[in-house]
Design a protein. Sequence first.
Length: 231
Amino acid sequence: MGQSVVIKKNKFGIAVVLDKQVTYDEIKNEVAEKFRQSSKFFKDAEIAVSFQGMELDQVQENELVNIIEENSSLKIMCIVDEDKEREAIFKKAMDERDTPDNVQGGQFYKGTLRSGQLLESDTSIIILGDVNIGARVVAAGNVIVLGMLQGTVYAGANGNVNAFVVALDMDPIQIRIAEIMARKADEIVKKGKRFSIRRQNNLVEPQIAYVQEDNIYIEPITREVLQDMPF
């Protein structure tokens, strides 16, 4: 072992390169050791992290984030992958943290929102976890869920029709952006708006919800979709 985990700096924070020839249990042990040894260099920074090399599922990524935070004073703000289109969304979210405008600024929440819980923000918000059925998220800006979105989300609560919602697994009960509201299964709702899902297949993939011509659309995150977005 010894070189099965390599830590590199990148433009977002750090990249953790994992040797895919070793087992996941070995990776966990070395990640803990590497960050214990490097803790004095990172101090209490707030950063984004990306994992490279070994293919990880969401549970494993979250587990490694917990290991990193338990063995260092780092605070992991979000996980960034190597997909260029999704990277653009997450980079925007990271950049928004320090802007003075109360709508363009951003907050982070780590954990799963369960039924009955309400999370509110007067800025944009990034959730590192799931939003379960019965949970609600309300934000003046954008909402980015680095997990499964199954509950209710309200973006652009200050009236910003250009706000958007991103989720790694998009399956909400209800989405509202500014004054436009829609529910699951293409049900016609307030003012005749529709919740339109344009998927090419049934695979779980990161998607973005946005307003176009007084309708809410949900589409996979692609270069073409991002080019058409108002940011």
